[in-house]
Design a protein around this ligand. Sequence first.
Ligand code: SAM
Length: 347
Amino acid sequence: MPVCHTGGRGFEPRQPRLNPPRGTTYPAPPATAGGAFVFPGSEPTSDYHVPVLAAAVRGWAEGGRRAVDATVGGGGHAALLREVGAEVLAVDRDADAIAAARARLGEDGIRYSTGPFGSAKVLGTVATFRPDRILLDLGVSSHQLDTTERGFSFRPGAPLDMRMAGGRGITAADLLNTWPVERLAQDFAQLADERRAKRLAQVIVKRRANAPFASSDDFVNAIRETLGPRSGPSDFARLFQALRIVVNQELEQLDLALPALRAALVPGGRIAVITYHSGEDRIVKNAFRDWGKACVCPPGQPVCTCRGRPLGWVLTKRPVRPGTAEVRANPRARSAQFRAFEVMHEA
Ligand SMILES: C[S@@+](CC[C@H](N)C(=O)[O-])C[C@H]1O[C@@H](n2cnc3c(N)ncnc32)[C@H](O)[C@@H]1O
């Protein structure tokens, strides 16, 4: 069954109210998939991942000849890009995702590159490919969430790992066990809109002095100690998502990669991004808005010293969001926002 998992708000059902004595350690809530709740009555459309906003992606991709899917995941969007007649360069920082996409899509009209889309290696490969379409569908796939040992979920007993690229870089446990209160508090406040961020960070530091954080239950217990017995899956989801974003430096990657990806497009080419978090969407919205302006000099500067011309235009005045039917069929899509930009055609 499709699941809602990547940290969208309002997971259902909420945890039953608990009123335990102070100091009680709570078991993490049961979760059937990826620390997420299965929505009754919905049916699967893919084992690995259900591609979101497929109609918007297809419409945007029409006419493309050379398309980069910079976050190939299970290959759902890549399959669409190939269906519209484009040759595809499929990228993912997760080697398992590349293997799954390869198993599904084979080698016909598609090539693969493993690595973060903001890395020099991938950006070089993309530039050489000379794409006219580049798609980013951010976040994690259902498959990543459903694989307990990858540690993306708040499913009981999941390790606090959360690294998209398998064994490389710091884990969520490393971060919770070593970062100072201020840094933890800042991330919970900024990335999870957590009003009690400072208190949560203090609880984490107090708890890790007794025993290091190792599993999802440790983080869930710290959240419950901070937010109280009424806290539930929606709180766990947004705080786990914040941790994942930090572990994978997701916002930094996006910020870094967007201008380089745009620069790799051939004249008249298009880039589109599907976001699931307000921080991601802000980066994309601001980048596209700036690219569409003729002048980006600081206000009040007497003479324009910037490029003095727009780099193209925004194709989506407002972000495209999934309709009710899509959200019903695939609750994961509920927080998705699709934005697209087209670079200047040759003069
Ligand atoms: C939402 S899934 C993509 C699903 C895909 N569009 C589909 O239809 O199956 C996001 C994928 O992007 C990958 N990813 C996230 N950030 C990345 C980055 N900076 N570089 C490369 N891949 C990334 C994740 O590993 C994951 O496989």
